[in-house]
Write a protein that binds this ligand. Structure first.
Ligand code: G3I
Length: 293
């Protein structure tokens, strides 16, 4: 039976995976599929390793949410993507998972026009926080792959150019940087025509590339025509990763529409995942299969 991780690994990739979140882990049917390692060999915590989760008030740390995700992954020997670092590197998690880990050390540093985002880090330190965080992460776990992760860098353009220039500069300054995470939150019918070229451009910088948060949303209701186009779009994305040897793996931003972030953020949109709200595979699943084949 053709399944998503099996096919990804056959295509020479390290993993196919998915994001998940702690409240979902109380759903037995959901957890059963999350642990299906023929589909998923990698897990990202959608929220529980973020700064607001690990230090909900200043000086008060809690890693229990992230630890639960790590335990879920370890029970099935799945890889972990740490998402995402900030001022405080989550050292307890790093200790547990040494050598089986990638981290989104820097998340969403850019505005869409390629200028730096006015985060608290940027307004306080300029770009210094980027090299500081990367060096701290390297020191905390020399084996972890360290990434910069962003959205709207799927096609060529100002934001992708800014990302490439940042990575070039970091490498020139010997700052540790191992990969570029291309989030890939797309809209049905709108996969950028330069997607594969852009992945290749990033890989040509001498770093890994990963598709870190894939989903492809539509305006509801989900018609047959939209679901068919979505299947093609998933296939296009996966085929691009397959074709670019530096693209090491793909992660869904959750696998089921039941727990997708999309409807909560974009009113009237959704159905972005390869499984529907009842955990039934959509045509998009076959699109991923086709993309790997
Ligand atoms: O858990 C509380 C719940 O108790 C409360 O009633 C409810 C009311 O607002 O909020 C719930 O928390 C929400 C949480 O998701 C869990 O669902 C937060 O408000 C909401 O802000 C949070 O959104 C997350 C978002 O990042 C912001 O951190 C999404 O789940 C998560 O999917 C999304 O993920 C991001 C990546 O980190 C970076 N790339 C883009 C991606 C999508 O925005």
């Amino acid at each position: 039976l053709a399944q998503l991780n099996t096919l990804a690994q056959k295509a020479g990739k390290l993993y196919f995976g998915t994001a998940t979140d702690n409240p979902e882990l109380s759903n037995t049917a959901y957890v059963a599929q999350l642990g299906n390692t023929s589909d998923f060999h990698q897990i990202t915590a959608a929220n529980s390793m973020k700064w607001d989760a690990t230090e909900p008030s200043r000086g008060t740390f809690t890693f229990s949410g992230g630890d639960a995700i790590v335990a879920q992954a370890q029970a099935h020997k799945q890889l972990i993507r740490g998402h995402n670092c900030s001022r405080h590197i989550a050292v307890p998690l790093l200790d547990i998972t040494k050598g089986r880990l990638s981290w989104d050390v820097i998340n969403e540093p850019f505005n869409d026009d390629g200028t730096f985002r006015d985060s608290v880090f940027f307004t306080t330190t300029g770009t210094a926080y980027i090299s500081t965080a990367l060096r701290a992460a390297r020191a905390a776990d020399p084996a972890a792959k360290l990434y910069i992760n962003d959205f709207n860098i799927e096609g060529t353009g100002a934001k992708s150019t800014a990302m490439a220039n940042l990575v070039k500069q970091l490498k020139a300054e010997n700052v540790p940087i191992d990969g570029i995470g291309v989030q890939t939150h797309l809209i049905v019918g709108q996969v950028p025509s330069t997607f594969q070229q852009n992945l290749q451009n990033f890989a040509n910088l001498g770093v890994e590339v990963a598709i870190t948060e894939l989903d492809i949303r539509m305006t509801l209701p989900a018609t047959t025509a939209l679901l068919t186009q979505q299947m093609k779009d998933y296939q296009t994305v996966i085929a691009a990763c397959k074709a670019v040897s530096g693209c090491v793996g793909v992660t869904l931003w959750d696998w089921t529409d039941k727990f997708s972030w999309v409807p909560g953020t974009f009113a009237g949109q959704g159905a972005a995942c390869p499984w529907d709200e009842n955990f039934v595979k959509k045509p998009a699943y076959q699109g991923i299969v086709n993309g790997w084949n």
